[in-house]
Design a protein around this ligand. Structure first.
Ligand code: PHB
Length: 394
């Protein structure tokens, strides 16, 4: 006999989207179970991106999910775009009266996990979802295997796939594991973490003839930097001096402060939007529904925006039996998703040098960068999109 657990909302994936959804539902008295195949330790220590939109910070703090972001995170009121030998500040505070916070995703996850556990919520690590059954019925089920290898089922009123870009839930919604709009890029990012003081006060996004680089930060003593590389590069193939050379030649004008490099990884670039975000009583949020390249810093923020829209729809469904907001979930979420797709694609294509770029392409790109930084309207569009469009109403 397979054990069956009952809950109102079964959430597959304990990333920012799944955990925040569970937290918001609990505040409305709706019980949920969150499962994830990874261990708590792995979730809390995997290095991901670090920029939170102002609206994301407001959701995290106002819902009580994280106050640490305000004390341990760093508020940034601008970024620098560097190209053709000069830096140009995009002043968010001045242009749109908004800011972003540098607060790494794994810190958000630590806060969300602590909040779920403190509230006595059912959060299970090491549990693998195999598939979803009866998605079209009003009792969808997650077929899963627990940490000891025992099969069990979760029967719910609703199932949410917040299980990332290799989502197991997605086929129940789109009919296949790929089903979506897709774009691959001919480059990737080589990311490093180094033990060194910051090289700049704000993030530098640099376009150079050698390719793109991003100088980001983590703390007073740890920095995060990336440079454009071939997607098939082997991260172990560089010695440290070569990594510093690659970074330094892409940010002329700034002398990078070097230290030991203690982590390196290659991030592939993809844009993806699932053909469907909901079918019956199953919905997708976050990377299960879409992927953006990291240049616009939109990934986690977009996941949080999906959750706000879906949580409101689930409240109406489960409290009042009202399906109207659920019926418009995909349409509402997709409007923002495609704006973020555009912004992420635009930042990516404007700042990177494609391997087959001609002289025309490179000069046109500098013309594009100039038309952004030399126009208040251009700077304002970038500031508005980067700091985040108004969050959906909760
Ligand atoms: C990061 O600090 O990891 C980071 C910052 C901005 C981005 C992407 C990544 O656009």
């Amino acid at each position: 006999m397979t054990a069956t657990i009952r809950t109102r909302v079964a959430i597959v994936g304990a990333g920012p989207a799944g955990l925040l959804l569970s937290h918001l539902l609990a505040a409305s008295g709706i019980e949920s179970i969150v499962i994830d195949q990874r261990s708590r330790d792995e979730i809390e220590h995997t290095i991901r991106a670090g920029i939170l939109e102002q609206g994301t910070v407001e959701v995290l703090t106002q819902s009580g999910a994280s106050t640490r972001v305000l004390t341990d995170g760093n508020r940034h009121e601008g970024i620098e775009l560097r190209f053709a030998g000069a830096g140009h500040r995009i002043d968010f505070a001045d242009l749109v009266d908004r800011a972003v916070w540098l607060y790494p995703q794994h810190e958000v996850l630590k806060d969300l996990i602590a909040a779920r556990l403190a509230a006595g919520q059912d959060l299970r690590f090491g549990v693998t979802a195999e598939r979803i059954e009866d998605a079209a019925s009003d009792r969808p089920r997650v077929i899963a295997t627990d940490a000891e290898g025992q099969a069990f089922e979760i029967e719910a009123d609703f199932v949410v796939g917040s299980d990332g870009s290799r989502s197991v839930v997605r086929p129940a919604v789109t009919g296949s594991s790929t089903g979506g709009y897709f774009r691959e890029y001919p480059f990737a990012w080589f990311g490093i973490l180094t033990e060194a003081p910051p090289s700049a006060d704000e993030l530098i996004y640099s376009n150079s003839p050698e390719g793109f680089a991003l100088i980001s930060q983590r703390s007073a003593t740890v920095q995060r930097m990336y440079f454009q590389c071939d997607p098939d590069v082997d991260p172990t193939s560089y010695i440290e001096d070569q990594l510093w050379d690659e970074l330094q030649k892409r940010v002329p004008g700034t002398t990078l402060r070097q230290g030991p490099i203690f982590q390196r990884d290659v991030l592939r670039f993809r844009s993806f939007v699932a053909h469907e975000l909901r079918k019956g009583r199953v919905a997708l949020v976050g990377d299960a529904a879409h992927t953006v390249p990291p240049t616009g810093a939109k990934g986690m923020n977009l996941a949080i925006a999906d959750v706000i829209v879906l949580e409101r729809a689930l409240r109406a469904l489960l409290h009042d039996g009202d399906e109207r907001l659920l019926d418009t979930y995909a349409e509402t979420a997709l409007a923002r998703i495609w704006k973020a797709q555009h912004f992420s694609w635009w930042m990516t294509s404007m700042l990177h040098v494609a391997p087959d770029a001609s002289d025309f392409d490179r000069l046109r790109q500098v013309g594009e960068l100039r038309s952004v930084v030399e126009s208040e309207a251009g700077r304002r569009y970038l500031a508005e999109a980067y700091t985040g469009w108004t969050m959906p109403e909760a």
